[in-house]
Design a protein around this ligand. Structure first.
Ligand code: SF4
Ligand code: SF4
Length: 238
């Protein structure tokens, strides 16, 4: 790792990021973005993760709670602050940098984003793409929120992580919409529908959970809760 890559990661941790990885954007060639030329000026993407408290998930039974909704919101706000401050650091080091908002869905049907934070985190070695489609980190399982910062600084890229779901079927068994297909991928699913009946999940989140009092967001949390990875915050494994 070069000194500047090490310094960037240290700075991101000092800003509150729990996990930091660097993706070579060549690994994401062909990925859909809005606008289509979003990645064109950049060569690297920094993926940053903030851990969500495990105890919040213990309250979830079959739907999101108002407390979970607020913690989710606060984590996204923190991530956006970290990303913005990291852009300042990169610019002070002579680089161009662009923060992609942590949770800005462009529509409520397909939940498209400017750039998939999961795809970036996967390429940056933050975690593997689990059967739930979520990024599963060895340290905290899927109990993380993610944000991305694009840059033209030639940081040393990290390697993607091998899938460690193994024979676990917890998320498929617990899914409240019976949407998870129990499929696995070595690196990244070619489409969301390989892993999920995405429409079933989206209908549950948009038409039902978003309308719950004080939730007000298309969130769920059940497939996050049941993942055995990182339950103790130290990576206890599937
Ligand atoms: S978010 Fe909820 S509905 Fe969607 S896959 Fe996970 S458990 Fe199923
Ligand atoms: S619950 Fe099991 S199968 Fe689902 S993502 Fe976690 S480890 Fe993988």
């Amino acid at each position: 790792m070069t000194d500047v890559t090490k310094a960037l990661k240290q700075h991101a941790h000092s800003l509150g990021a729990d996990l930091v990885g660097v993706a070579d954007l060549a690994m994401l060639e062909g990925i859909e973005t809005t606008p289509p030329d979003l990645l064109q000026p950049f060569i690297r993407a920094v993926s940053l993760a903030v851990k969500l408290p495990t105890a919040v998930f213990e309250q979830l039974v079959d739907r999101p709670t108002p407390l979970y909704a607020q913690v989710y919101l606060n984590a996204n706000l923190l991530l956006d602050q970290i990303a913005l401050r990291l852009c300042g650091w990169l610019e002070r080091h002579g680089a161009s940098a662009f923060p992609i908002p942590a949770s800005q869905a462009l529509d409520m049907e397909d939940f498209t984003a400017h750039l998939s934070a999961k795809a970036v985190a996967n390429a940056a070695g933050i975690g593997w793409q689990g059967k739930s489609l979520l990024i599963v980190t060895p340290q905290f399982g899927p109990r993380v929120r993610l944000v991305t910062v694009l840059t033209d600084l030639p940081l040393v890229a990290d390697e993607p992580m091998k899938n460690r779901c193994g024979s676990c079927t917890n998320c498929a068994d617990a899914c409240v919409a019976q949407a998870i297909r129990n499929a696995s991928t070595a690196f990244r699913f070619d489409s969301r529908d390989e892993a999920l009946d995405f429409r079933r999940c989206a209908v549950k989140l948009v038409d039902e959970f978003r309308k719950l009092p004080l939730v007000d967001k298309p969130i769920c949390g059940i497939c996050i809760k049941v993942c055995p990875w990182g339950r103790s915050g130290s990576g206890n494994g599937a």
